[in-house]
Design a binder for this molecule. Sequence first.
Ligand SMILES: [Zn+2]
Ligand SMILES: [Zn+2]
Length: 71
Amino acid sequence: MPPGLSDSCGICRQKYPFSLPRCAMCRKAFCSACGVRVGGARFCSKACGHAFFYGSSADVDDPERESADDE
Ligand SMILES: [Zn+2]
Ligand SMILES: [Zn+2]
């Protein structure tokens, strides 16, 4: 099967004959049935959406957190 033309959902494992969107948080592919809308964007799960927008304890690079080097 040619790459890029099929994808399988990382949540329900269902295979689709087209490439699925990827979660901006965990890079997991998700289908329309599994995708969750959070803050106007779609994620593989509500947890990922919340982590993306509100941050979480997960080890994620926080763009707002610039290396504060004040001594
Ligand atoms: Zn799915
Ligand atoms: Zn995710």
